[in-house]
Design a protein around this ligand. Structure first.
Ligand SMILES: NC(=O)c1ccc[n+]([C@@H]2O[C@H](COP(=O)([O-])OP(=O)(O)OC[C@H]3O[C@@H](n4cnc5c(N)ncnc54)[C@H](O)[C@@H]3O)[C@@H](O)[C@H]2O)c1
Ligand SMILES: [Zn+2]
Length: 369
């Protein structure tokens, strides 16, 4: 499948998304076509290189002996500015210049770091993304947001820098641990709730195929998610408004991640956030109880948490939300579902009702309807 993201802004650009297994051997040629005579430097997540490096050489991708492959120890704790400088120095030593380009091979951490580096190396060079986690394929590689963390918070430094091209293959997901796959599924479920009821029904009806990572099923959900995200990014590249809908489940989710000192994984936090947003919407008579039940059932089927651990009080979560609000400016936007496949951006959050919802979700088992 091929998808084109048309970006307007000051300088109209296009970002191309290619999804499919058979294309692996073609990637160096695709890169040459998309980057012209620029020399690509490949920055790989070291873990992914260990699993896929040999295969990649068989596909004709460059080997470390070419001097154009850099291995990056990808982890959230290495998503930091000093690691970016280390990578930049490795590139400079290897001879990368204004006529070079970067290729990121790895999950969301690698994509965010390499995207950021590409946006500032020699005042900006093009880059190409090869996302290898489900989360990166359905979410983080699309849209051009880049960044690194500060001890004070995640993604506080960053840029918008659209990749020229994104190539992804479900084949990479064969080696992805279940826990990582689940994190990606939380974003798939979120995406379906935001803008694609057909995707939602597919997730409900093809759970077994997705779980056993059948290539066709994976390609289907990845394509559907990319299509939803691409449309939103085309309409609002720099998060002026519409793009905020992508934060469904993330307001409460981010608060939980932060309160747990990032012990709670992102997808797990988003799952709890999706239940909180859905339950609040039911309380506000905007969303049907039956749809809330479907949300809880789908999340549970993927072993994603639907209750908030007792250690986090509603007061603490609301306090963390207020901190986020200060950071984002004045208004706290809360995205609420109105039906499966449609959400609204509400800027007059009823804190009292949210507090009741958070209190009702505390515990370990399935929330009562
Ligand atoms: N830019 C955006 O719009 C955006 C959106 C959502 C999330 N993010 C960012 O994405 C990051 C999370 O991404 P992630 O979940 O992909 O994390 P990640 O990059 O840390 O990858 C998760 C783990 O999977 C391993 N891995 C990657 N591909 C693999 C494969 N094919 N087989 C086996 N193991 C593999 C990695 O080495 C790592 O240990 C966060 O830093 C988050 O802030 C960015
Ligand atoms: Zn997310």
């Amino acid at each position: 499948m091929k998808l084109e993201i048309s970006l307007k802004g000051e300088a109209p650009r296009k970002s191309e998304v290619l999804i499919g297994e058979g294309l692996a051997g073609d990637v160096p040629r695709v890169i040459r076509t998309s980057l012209g005579r620029r020399t690509p430097y490949w920055i790989w997540d070291r873990n992914v290189w260990a699993l896929w490096g040999e295969q990649a050489e068989k596909w004709g991708w460059p080997a470390p002996s070419s001097g154009r492959v850099v291995l990056f120890e990808a982890s959230e704790s290495n998503k930091r500015l000093y690691r970016l400088e280390e990578l930049a120095r490795q590139l400079a030593i290897a001879g990368a210049d204004r006529q070079s380009a970067l290729v990121a091979v790895g999950g969301g951490v690698t994509g965010d770091v390499v995207g950021f580096l590409a946006s500032i190396y020699m005042r900006g060079i093009p880059h190409f993304q090869v996302p290898t986690t489900l989360l990166a394929q359905v979410d983080s590689s699309i849209g051009g947001k880049t960044g690194v963390d500060l001890p004070e918070g995640k993604n506080l430094l960053g840029t918008f820098h659209q990749p020229r091209c994104i190539w992804m293959s479900p084949a990479f997901l064969e080696t992805l641990p279940d826990v990582e796959f689940r994190q990606g599924m939380a974003e798939v479920i979120k995406t379906a709730m935001i803008g694609n009821e057909v995707l939602w029904k597919y997730i409900e009806s093809h759970a077994a195929e997705i779980r056993s990572r059948k290539s066709e099923a994976l390609q289907w959900i990845i394509s559907a998610c990319c299509t939803v995200k691409a449309k939103i990014v085309e309409a609002d590249e720099k998060e002026g408004g519409l793009r905020r809908v992508l934060n469904l489940g993330h307001t409460v989710g981010h608060a939980l991640e932060r309160l747990s000192d990032y012990e709670i994984r992102h997808g797990d936090a988003v799952a709890m956030g999706l239940v909180a947003a859905s339950r609040l919407a039911v309380k506000l008579n905007m969303f049907k109880q039956a749809d809330l039940d479907r949300v809880v059932d789908v999340l549970m089927a993927w072993e994603l948490p639907v209750r908030i651990p007792g250690a986090f009080s509603p007061e603490d979560i609301l306090e963390a939300l207020r901190t986020d609000k200060k950071r984002a400016g004045d208004t706290l936007h809360f995205i609420l579902p109105v039906r499966i496949g449609e959400v609204v951006d509400s800027s007059d959050l009823d804190f009292g009702k949210l507090k009741e919802v958070l209190a009702s979700l505390r515990g370990e088992s399935k929330p009562d309807s």
